[in-house]
Design a protein around this ligand. Structure first.
Ligand SMILES: *Cc1c(COP(=O)(O)O)cnc(C)c1O
Length: 480
């Protein structure tokens, strides 16, 4: 049997179909706190569950959506749950999800403002709000991208364009072959995604100068000054706001003048910790970040937008546009002062990401965002204080923001300690009261706790702490 778009015409199946999808989504989110905070089925089971020959004939959409939800559910991770501490992942705020559902229903391709005036205008307003909340200069340009990786790609593309333009080279037209060499300085504990961005841009992930960092992964300002002084010519420096294990923020106030004195460009990967600027309790940690030339940050982390949402912000709108604009004769040209969303991002056809951003900022307000960031940081300190006071547990970072790394088996030697830490992680993942993962840090296995799930409360944090302590008791008992 054939199924056509007419089957879902308004008033017929459409309403039932979309209501059912909403119901399924509501059911999932309503039960999120009580379900195990890890997936029930693994990747291989999911592959088996979904494996099927290519459908020859269509099927009723209602049935397809039922099947999708039923098949997927066991393999879904409670990433929006209140005791999810694995990786730096936001919780898709309900207001953002609702706006996102509308965004999908509206089906706007927001490449330019002629095609979709509402989407283009909302992006502009949301961009101004973002700059205000993050306390960045109001005349910065903002591109709404898929996440911080692409935001860094965009920021570094603008950087590449500008430092080469200053050296008399048009990289957009001529590419990198024969161009003056660009020096790239980056902290030794930068996020891998920034190295990906450098790779995409022909700057190479290995031909960088790695600058020494301290025990929290923060760039050593003196080492950075020496690195800047050690060369000349076009310069791009990359700082980080929020090391993914420790939350450390690089000393941008000291770095920026050194870079700018050489005519260079300073980019900040602030995927989550740029948001420390939006909260009075944490703002002091992030002072000076406003001195950079460009910033990458995420919507889908601390702001809690649904995926995919990030922001590429630069102080140099012309360089930003030059690096990104696709000029094509069949596209209407933007009038002076008019902003086309596609001018600040790599894509042309694209999702109207501004709607969800707008809805969340309106729902939380400046006060709600500040409250959330402050609460997460307090919960991180609270968990670290209890865990760190327990014998055998060592907190390895200065818990100034929302990140905690810890190891188990203090005094038992590196190998035995690493084994114990891995066993505690396995135990809590099996138990399911919370989800936390492991990482290697300074040559050792650590447990990472990222406190960034929107609705997390003190009770959730305490329940998670108790579950970690219980797991440690069990592992310690087994290894006595
Ligand atoms: C998450 C993260 C990134 C990458 O962001 P995506 O949104 O996953 O592309 C980059 N840098 C840091 C510090 C991060 O935490």
């Amino acid at each position: 049997m054939q199924h056509s778009i007419a089957d879902t015409a308004p008033g017929s199946d459409l309403s039932a179909l979309w209501r059912r999808a909403a119901e399924l989504g509501i059911g999932f989110r309503a039960g999120i706190a009580d379900r195990p905070q890890r997936p029930q089925a693994g990747y291989h089971e999911m592959r088996e569950a979904f494996a099927a020959p290519t459908p020859e004939d269509g099927a009723p959409a209602a049935q397809v959506i039922e099947d999708l939800a039923r098949l997927a559910e066991p393999g879904l991770h409670a990433m929006t749950g209140p005791r999810f501490f694995g990786w730096v992942i936001g919780s898709s705020h309900p207001a953002g999800v609702a706006a996102d559902w509308l965004t999908s229903a509206w089906g706007q391709n927001c490449g330019n403002h002629h095609a979709t005036p509402a989407a283009a205008a909302v992006e502009e307003v949301a961009a101004r709000w973002l700059l205000d909340l993050l306390r960045l200069p109001a005349d910065c340009s903002v591109g709404f991208v898929t996440g911080a990786t692409i935001a860094s790609f965009v920021g570094l593309a603008a950087a590449r364009s500008e430092v080469l333009r200053r050296a008399g080279w048009d990289v957009e037209a001529k590419g990198l072959f024969g161009a003056p060499e660009i020096r790239v300085l980056i902290g030794d504990d930068a996020h891998t995604s920034v190295f990906s961005a450098l790779q995409f841009l022909g700057l190479g992930h290995d031909r960088v100068v790695r600058v020494a960092t301290d025990r929290n992964g923060r760039i050593d300002a003196a080492a950075f000054a020496r690195a800047v002084a050690a060369g000349e010519g076009p310069l791009i420096a990359i700082a980080q706001a929020g090391q993914l294990n420790t939350g450390a923020i690089d000393p941008v106030a000291e770095m920026a003048p050194l870079v700018q004195a050489q005519g260079g460009w300073l980019h900040v990967d602030g995927a989550f910790a740029l948001w420390a600027r939006a909260c009075p309790e944490t703002a002091a940690l992030a002072e000076g970040l406003e001195l950079a030339d460009s910033w990458a940050t995420d919507g889908h982390k601390w702001l809690q937008t649904p995926y995919d949402c990030g922001y590429a912000i630069t102080r140099h709108p012309e360089a930003h546009r030059r690096a990104m604009t696709i000029a094509a004769s069949y596209l209407p040209a933007a009038e002076a002062g008019d902003r086309d969303p596609s001018h600040y991002v790599p894509e042309l056809s694209r999702r109207a990401r501004g709607f969800a951003t707008w809805a969340i900022i309106k729902t939380l307000g400046r006060a709600g965002i500040a409250e959330m960031v402050g609460r997460h940081c307090r919960l991180a300190r609270r968990m670290a204080a209890t865990l760190g006071a327990t014998s055998g547990i060592t907190i390895l970072n200065d818990v100034t923001l929302n990140q905690v790394i810890l190891s188990f088996g203090a005094g038992r030697g590196d190998e035995a300690g690493d084994r114990l830490t891995q066993q505690v992680i396995e135990t809590i993942q099996r138990d399911g009261a919370l989800f936390a993962g492991g990482a290697r840090w300074r040559g050792r296995w650590v447990m990472r706790l990222s406190v960034i799930s929107g609705q997390m409360t003190e009770a959730d944090a305490d329940r998670a702490t108790a579950a970690i302590l219980k797991a440690w008791d069990e592992v310690r008992g087994d290894n006595a």
